[in-house]
Design a protein around this ligand. Structure first.
Ligand code: T4K
Length: 371
């Protein structure tokens, strides 16, 4: 009898022991503060500021709302935002929901992040923000983007959805830009099931962001801005507090899984591993590969072969944002690197407790796809 394998998904959340959350739940039940910047949320913000070593954290219900609030905090809702054509759809949707016209720019073919030279080419008098993504927590060319932003007096707001725990020489990747947004979704390195945060650099901006997340309310009689509801509940904050002590060891386990992929797959003709695991400071959020022309089959056929053996790799990010029907009004020109990445990328299962026998099964299928 053939025993079918359990399906292997692109990710699988890790959870803190249930006991770790009991005390926190008791606090919620005792206080009956369930949301609206309750005591656990405030404690969670302080612990995140310390953990990430960033000046100000505003916790939000998810990173999509976080991106909307971050863009809205600029105080403008018209004009253009330059963003990569290669990202998860939330990046573009957030800017469009706030009311901006999108300008898609091309990416660097190696890092798959926004190409600063192409950004500069696309700046017009209507450009209001540069909105890059640290794709798979690979750092953008932050210096070039900061320099372009400063020279043209245009803010840089990072979609750092993937970046929890990722650092460069100077500290957290999330410290870059005028603002950065990170996701705590179930599929991320650090999760509150749904959640996220906006990182800001001064108390006044944090206050504005916190108010925008709460309908723009200042106090019982004053509403100063067109806010929305982007608040995180106490239950989600409790999950975050319980999860935080485990994230560093989760990242270490992810590093081991990444290294194993790298050791066994980096020499396969036609396969490019996008995030070599040997650079310090990675969070090993994802293991994307590019399936190039030297590989014996296309990315889509490999994707199907993996599906057939229960391996649910994902094409993050396909389709190209510029090809989506709601963006048919945005110029799709000059996006060759983004288009190629979108046609070649495949993210392999990566999570802290991915068993080595399961990983071997994935690697075997990629090393010998016709076998
Ligand atoms: N910016 C960027 C660059 C992003 O990548 C994202 C989100 C955002 C902004 C917005 O962040 P949030 O607003 O979500 O905070 C998933 C996630 O839903 C999304 O958060 C993430 N990026 C994106 C890359 O992936 P889907 O539609 O592909 O997820 P789904 O449900 O197909 O899940 C993928 C696999 O994960 C499943 O096959 C099984 C596993 N899984 C998933 C969930 C939800 C679990 O094992 N448990 C779970 O609870 O979007």
């Amino acid at each position: 009898m053939i025993v079918p394998h359990d399906p292997l998904y692109v990710t699988r959340p890790t959870l803190p022991p249930r006991d770790d959350i009991e005390d926190l739940l008791k606090k919620i039940w005792d206080s009956r503060f369930l949301t609206n910047r309750g005591p656990l949320l405030q404690r969670f913000e302080t612990e995140l500021e310390r953990y990430l070593d960033v000046p100000h954290v505003s916790i939000v219900a998810n990173a999509t709302l976080g991106c909307m609030v971050a863009l809205r905090s600029l105080g403008i809702d018209q004009g253009e935002v330059i963003t990569p054509a290669f990202s998860f759809v939330a990046t573009a949707h957030a800017a469009r929901w706030v009311g901006f016209d999108l300008v898609f720019a091309d990416i660097d073919p190696v890092t798959l992040n926004l190409d600063p030279k192409d950004v500069e080419r696309r700046i017009t008098p209507r450009t209001r923000a540069i909105f890059p993504v640290h794709c798979y927590a690979n750092p953008c060319d932050v210096e070039a983007l900061a320099e372009i932003g400063a020279r043209h007096n245009i803010p840089v707001i990072y979609d750092g959805a993937h970046c929890f725990g990722a650092v460069d020489e100077g500290g957290s990747l999330l410290r870059h830009g005028d603002l950065s947004v990170v996701s705590f979704h179930a599929t991320k390195v650090f999760s509150t099931f749904e959640g996220g945060a906006i990182i800001s650099h001064d108390a006044k901006t944090k206050q504005l962001i916190d108010r925008l997340c709460n309908y723009g309310i200042v106090d019982e009689t004053q509403i100063e801005a067109l806010g929305l509801n982007a608040k995180m509940s106490e239950l989600h904050a409790a999950l975050g507090l319980a999860q935080l002590p485990y994230v560093a060891s989760d990242i270490e386990k992810r590093a081991g899984v990444s290294q194993r992929y790298w050791d066994q797959m980096s020499g396969i003709p036609g396969v490019t591993c996008v995030c070599p695991p040997n650079r310090a400071g990675l969070n090993y959020y994802s293991f994307p590969i590019l399936v190039g022309q030297q590989y014996p089959m296309s990315r889509d056929i490999l994707y199907q072969k993996l599906q057939d053996v229960g391996v649910h790799a994902r094409k993050y990010f396909y389709p190209l944002l510029a090809d989506l029907p709601m963006y048919s009004d945005v110029s799709p020109g000059g996006l060759d690197n983004a288009r190629r990445a979108s046609e070649q990328v495949l993210c392999l299962p990566l999570y802290p407790d991915l068993a080595s026998t399961d990983q071997d099964r994935i690697i075997a299928c990629i090393c010998d796809p016709c076998g």
